[in-house]
Design a protein around this ligand. Structure first.
Ligand SMILES: [Zn+2]
Length: 271
């Protein structure tokens, strides 16, 4: 019997679940083979050589053997552990969200080099300390580009007229972007969009990531763009990612914490 064929690939673990007594099945994103499923046998035993290294949010170099159902992980080398991004719940939640978006939008065994490069860059940015919400928006806008669903932010999605800076805009995900004030538009799925939010959406499409990281933006505008991109992607991809619930919970916890400490600070000043 010939030995099973082995191959080496770089990979990022998108998700994993425990299987059987001590195994783990992982969904991996690879540059050359796209999304693949692989099994790491015995990794939940303390004696496993590769146990701790097949974690999400790290870039790994794997030696895999072709298997009947799943390819089998035989060796692991950690290339980029990106440890900093795990220290903070919001950047951790953002990393989970990006992995989930990559997993949901990619088909198995379809070459996904551009998505791999995008996810890897996103993790580098998070790990380097860029504001997680900026990394998430930057990732979403470029993922949408790669999937061929770039939102229209320059012209009206109905009449094609260039948008002017002194009109009222509406954000209409089912139509693919911004609607001008002259077009009637649909009765549902319409939200107003401020000029600042429109400018920020354009910036995400046009500016390089270093310039984006340095932008000064009011938090309300940042939130408006977040909600616009969420509704756009929910419509284009037809489902809400599960990891957003976690991210929202962590952030509302932090906001409550900030309010509590502000109140404490105020009452200290008063007394
Ligand atoms: Zn129009």
């Amino acid at each position: 019997m010939p030995a099973p064929r082995r191959y080496t690939t770089d990979a990022i673990v998108l998700s994993r679940f425990d299987y059987g007594e001590a195994d783990r099945i992982m969904t991996l994103l690879t540059p050359g083979a796209g999304k693949i499923k692989a099994i790491a046998k015995g990794v939940r035993r303390q004696t496993s050589r590769i146990g701790g290294s097949v974690e999400p949010f790290a870039e790994l170099r794997l030696l895999l053997a072709h298997g009947r159902t799943f390819d089998v992980v035989t060796q692991v080398e950690v290339i980029h552990p990106w440890l900093n991004l795990r220290d903070d719940l919001i950047s951790f939640g953002t990393a989970s969200y990006m992995a989930e978006m990559a997993e949901r939008t990619q088909e198995e065994r379809h070459v996904a080099e551009s998505i791999y490069v995008l996810l890897k860059r996103g993790y580098e940015l998070l790990d380097g300390g860029m504001i997680p919400t900026r990394v998430a928006r930057w990732f979403e806008v470029h993922l949408a580009d790669e999937l061929g669903v770039r939102p229209e932010v320059d012209r009206c999605v109905e009449c094609g007229r260039l948008l002017e800076s002194d009109e009222h805009y509406r954000w209409v995900p089912p139509l693919g972007g911004v609607l001008c004030e002259r077009c009637p538009g649909p009765p549902h799925n319409v939200a107003g969009l401020t000029l600042e939010a429109l400018k920020l959406l354009k910036a995400y499409q046009r500016m390089d990531v270093e310039a984006l990281a340095a932008l000064r933006v009011r938090p309300e505008v940042e939130l408006e763009v977040e909600s616009a991109m969420r509704s756009f992607l929910a419509y284009s991809l037809d489902r809400q990612p599960r990891s957003l619930a976690f991210l929202d919970e962590v952030r509302s916890g932090e906001r409550a914490g900030e309010r509590a400490s502000e109140q404490a600070a105020t009452s200290m000043t008063v007394s």
